[in-house]
Design a protein around this ligand. Structure first.
Ligand code: GKR
Ligand code: MG
Length: 429
């Protein structure tokens, strides 16, 4: 089996105006769809980060991919790492920390190859990772402070078709603790999530602590809660809020910036610390472990080097007594399929995974949106990822990409459209 076609399609899809420490989400989120076609007529797909730089990185490895046997993943990975200056220089991505191109570029191709391998062997991707240790994968409700608006063509305006339930709640303003609780109730009524994550670093810390208290009151003592200020808090603020949040949180995610400060906070705060910002690659692990910066790592196959690398990460975490959870950005159903297969195959991924998925109303797979039951997804049993690309949706979202005119995510710029002069600050409080 040889790869004969390598298609890289940038897409954009509607994303509501949610807030984080980085600013505000644009009306469209960007992703890239990779398709590999083989000489025996199979096709494998994957979804990765969006924007021009991601597309350029993928285009740069076109000749390495074409003609390759999709089973030969180790040599492809080695070639990508050694293929010149473009690969190796880490780029700073505010929402994930320092990312280097090779693991992300390889991951996008690896997932599509695993989809192909699954299709040719008739096995689901989780079987290629060692087999499923769980049939259902739990996800958490991802709560955002937000401005009113539906995103996509509606921007800050309402989508006239969304009149009840979660579709309506998704477009309503939520800039207070009370509004956030209503958002959580609507999202959980729709999806049945059993744990909640608050995206913080937006309102003054005391209001965000109050939001956690209200969530605790509304959802009772047994619903795990997390807060993620994305490094908007100083060490002293993180210690002070940690004292107030002790006993209320399952984990405390990236309140403060950098491995050293996280380690110092770990010494002064009784809540387990988690990250998807200070430890985002294998190269970060020795220092993270030596310092004791975190108790939980949120892995993400999109930038940790793919699904097989994520299984390796999980083993390292298990060896060092570090817990595993899963990070997410705005994404569609192909990423969700890959995340679900991975989470099914990792025994020590014991925390409900993050997903931005409820915030998206569009879908790129045949059959439409995935359906959560009791906050979890059933691992697809079909061969490969178990999803099929909807070509009409792909073409439409590619047109949206061209029309949106966005080359990369820039939350600061979007925020400045609402509040001129707004800048991301680390720390802000
Ligand atoms: O989409 O604004 C956002 C999130 O803050 C995202 O960019 C982060 O990468 O979800 C992420 C996180 O857990 O830090
Ligand atoms: Mg995070």
């Amino acid at each position: 089996m040889r790869i004969t076609e390598f298609r890289v399609t940038p897409i954009a899809f509607g994303d509501p105006p949610v807030r984080a420490a980085f600013g505000l989400h644009a009306p469209y989120a960007l992703r890239t769809i990779v398709e590999l076609v083989t000489d025996d007529g199979l096709s494998g797909v994957s979804e990765t980060h969006g924007g021009a730089a991601v597309v350029a990185d993928l285009e740069a490895i076109r000749e390495l991919v074409l003609g390759r046997d999709p089973f030969q993943l180790a040599s492809l990975e080695a070639q990508i790492w050694s293929s010149g200056a473009r690969y190796g220089a880490p780029t700073t991505t505010p929402w994930e920390g320092k990312l280097s191109s090779p693991p992300r570029t390889f991951a996008a191709v690896e997932v599509a190859c695993l989809d192909l391998i699954g299709k040719t062997t008739g096995r689901p991707v989780c079987d290629l990772l060692g087999g499923a240790v769980r049939e259902r994968v739990p996800f958490s409700a991802y709560l955002f402070y937000k401005h009113a608006g539906a995103g996509g063509p509606f921007g800050f305006g309402p989508d006239p078709q969304a009149t009840t339930g979660w579709p309506l709640a998704r477009q309503q303003e939520a800039l207070s603790a009370e509004a956030l609780v209503s958002q959580a109730q609507a999202m959980c009524a729709e999806y049945g999530f059993q744990s909640l994550k608050l995206k913080a670093g937006v309102l003054p810390p005391d209001e965000e602590v109050r939001t956690i208290r209200l969530l605790r009151e509304a959802f009772g003592p047994h619903t795990p809660l997390r807060i993620d200020p994305n490094t908007a808090w100083s060490l002293e603020t993180s210690v002070r809020c940690g004292e107030q949040l002790a006993g209320l949180l399952e984990y405390y995610e990236d309140p403060v910036a950098g491995k050293e400060q996280m380690a110092e906070l770990a010494r002064r705060c009784p809540i387990p610390l988690a990250t998807n910002m200070c430890c985002v690659s294998f190269a970060d692990l020795p220092e993270t472990i030596r310092l004791g910066s975190v108790q939980i790592i949120l892995g993400d196959h999109h930038f940790w080097g793919g699904l097989r690398a994520s299984v390796e990460l999980a083993r390292i975490c298990r060896t060092w007594g570090i817990g595993m959870s899963m990070h997410s950005n705005s994404h569609l159903g192909i990423s969700l399929a890959a995340m679900t297969h991975l989470a099914a195959a990792v025994p020590n991924l014991t925390y409900a995974c993050d997903t931005h998925y409820p915030w998206q109303s569009e879908e790129i797979i045949v059959g439409g949106k995935w359906r959560f039951e009791g906050g979890s997804l059933t691992v697809p049993k079909g061969p490969g990822l178990g999803v099929e690309l909807d070509r009409e949706a792909l073409a439409r979202m590619h047109e949206q990409y061209l029309a949106a005119g966005l080359s990369h995510r820039d939350d600061e710029l979007e925020m400045q459209k609402v509040e001129p002069g707004w800048r991301r600050m680390v720390p802000r409080w």
